[in-house]
Design a protein around this ligand. Structure first.
Ligand SMILES: Cc1cc2nc3c(=O)[nH]c(=O)nc-3n(C[C@H](O)[C@H](O)[C@H](O)COP(=O)(O)O)c2cc1C
Length: 162
């Protein structure tokens, strides 16, 4: 049985973390994309993305391949948006929740300041679980690389291997 890391990344920070984790755990990477991309810069990036997250939108996704039967562990990776779940991940979870029962679930949350704790709680509620097998919070790992992030990523992967 394998691990899948399912993630959405607007500016590459979550993507970088997901790639590192996938390499350490030999996990399958499933990057998801909304059919209508979010703005990746400027005022509209924050305003429209933040609004979409706060309103709990579930945008339609580009086709993806995910067969839950192949995995015993699923890691969800996303940026924190206005202390909320990023909408593409919400869509993915809504579409696949029924097939996730009994699996180990973990999360990777990237942020520039704060809000990850709130997102972790919202994510647990959406998934209908009480805890994650492991939880990783990183501050902009691509834009602000540092040794501490590398250590946190390794520790997170160790927790998942136990
Ligand atoms: C719409 C929007 C809302 C955001 N809201 C928050 C927030 O509430 N707290 C925070 O610390 N960072 C917030 N950020 C910053 C991102 O979470 C952070 O830069 C993250 O590392 C970006 O990941 P990505 O490059 O994978 O998209 C927000 C970014 C966007 C675009």
């Amino acid at each position: 049985m394998k691990t899948a890391i399912v993630y959405y990344s607007l500016n590459g920070n979550t993507k970088l973390a997901a790639q590192k984790i996938a390499e350490i755990l030999n996990a399958d990477e499933i990057e998801i994309f909304p059919k209508k991309p979010y703005f990746d810069r400027g005022f509209k990036k924050y305003f429209l993305g933040g609004k979409s997250a706060v309103f709990g939108e579930s945008p339609e996704l580009m086709p993806y391949e995910f067969n839950a039967d192949e995995y015993d562990t699923v890691i969800f990776g996303m940026p924190v948006w206005a202390s909320c779940i990023t909408p593409p991940l919400r869509t993915f979870i809504e579409e696949n929740k029924a097939s996730l029962g009994g699996k180990e679930i973990a999360c990777v949350l990237c942020q520039s300041g704060s809000g990850a704790e709130k997102v972790a709680n919202k994510l647990k509620a959406l998934l209908g679980i009480s805890s994650f097998k492991a939880e990783l919070v990183l501050i902009d790992p691509k834009d602000k690389p540092n040794d501490e992030n590398e250590i946190k990523i390794k520790d997170f992967c160790k927790e998942l291997k136990v």
